[in-house]
Design a protein around this ligand. Structure first.
Ligand code: C2E
Ligand code: CA
Ligand code: CA
Ligand code: CA
Length: 277
């Protein structure tokens, strides 16, 4: 260890500055991405596991970088959260989904509820309810077309604020789902205190069912607890028939995953939506 000291330090700082430079570069590109129309909203249908009807769609952001191609949200959303850019991006996501809903309604396409991912930073900033109200109003859309997906960590961070926001959303007709349920540091007590519609079981639990006894136990427990509190449950990341059957047999209400449909552009997803006469 003693002898390697200096070299590994140089190596470390080199790697560190590379990473820092890349990060700074991505951040400055992210600043321009919206103005340059590089963001897209993709959609992934959600299904009732008993009737197989489509019951909603999750909106998932994609950054189509002019030279690097598609950048996954896991790579830039954390950076956007750190830099505060997430508020601008979140506004874009809200407006884009409302514009898309309006477009579908104008073309007599029946639209299920669209779930939008909301970061803690957007909730903390305090304008979320306002931004949603303005977008619904601008595009003349009732709140029943929207659901917001928020993570349990935010709920725990500032329970009073969370309660206020969720009640306001509810009064606008917007449903609330708890995203990535089971992965955070939650106390379960908030679940019964809030007008939440459903829990989303994170794909990390779904991935190894029915083989992992641990994940089977967690998944069953989440479903049982949700139902006893009057909440619906949706599983994300459903990739196999075995997972689908297990979830259905254990009374999970809804499912979303590559088995049914991958996230795709608004145009590609349209074939899942029915046309009204
Ligand atoms: P998430 O909210 O947990 O979203 C589910 C992720 O699982 C999505 O990844 C989705 O494409 C992916 N997925 C869906 N079905 C399957 C499957 O069967 N197998 C596997 N392995 N994955 C599946 P994606 O689109 O890359 O998004 C990653 C995360 O980025 C999301 O995780 C969410 O936290 C965040 N995100 C995405 N869009 C937005 C957005 O508009 N705003 C904010 N704040 N965050 C977003
Ligand atoms: Ca989500
Ligand atoms: Ca997840
Ligand atoms: Ca998430």
């Amino acid at each position: 260890v003693k002898h390697k000291g200096r070299d590994s330090f140089t190596f470390y700082t080199q790697r560190f500055t590379d990473a820092a430079r890349k990060k700074a570069e991505m951040e400055s590109e992210l600043h321009k991405a919206i103005a340059h129309n590089e963001m897209q909203l993709w959609y992934q249908p959600q299904f009732n596991l008993s009737t197989e009807e489509i019951i909603g769609m999750e909106a998932l952001i994609r950054w189509i970088h002019p030279s690097k191609g598609m950048i996954a949200p896991d790579l830039f959303i954390p950076l956007a959260e750190e830099s505060g850019l997430i508020v601008k991006i979140g506004e874009w996501v809200i407006n884009q989904s409302c514009a898309q809903i309006r477009h579908w309604l104008n073309n007599n396409i029946s639209v299920p509820r669209i779930g939008i991912n909301i970061s803690g930073a957007e909730l903390r900033q305090g304008e979320l309810v306002n931004t949603l109200a303005k977008a619904l109003n601008l595009h003349a859309i009732p709140g029943k077309y929207l659901e917001v997906e928020i993570t349990e960590n935010f709920m725990m961070e500032d329970m009073e604020k969370a309660v206020k926001i969720i009640n306001e959303l509810k009064s606008m007709g917007i449903e609330v789902a708890i995203d990535d349920f089971g992965t955070g540091y939650s106390s379960l007590s908030y679940l019964k205190a809030l007008p939440i519609r459903r829990l989303k079981i994170d794909k990390s639990f779904v991935a190894d069912i029915p083989n992992s006894t641990h994940d089977v136990a967690i998944t069953k427990a989440i479903i049982a607890m949700a139902h006893s509190l009057g909440l619906e449950v949706i599983a994300e990341g459903v990739e196999t028939r075995e997972q689908q059957n297990f979830l259905h047999d254990n009374a999970c209400n809804f499912g979303q995953g590559y088995l049914f449909c991958r996230p795709s552009t608004a145009e590609n997803i349209e074939c899942w939506l029915s046309k009204e006469e």
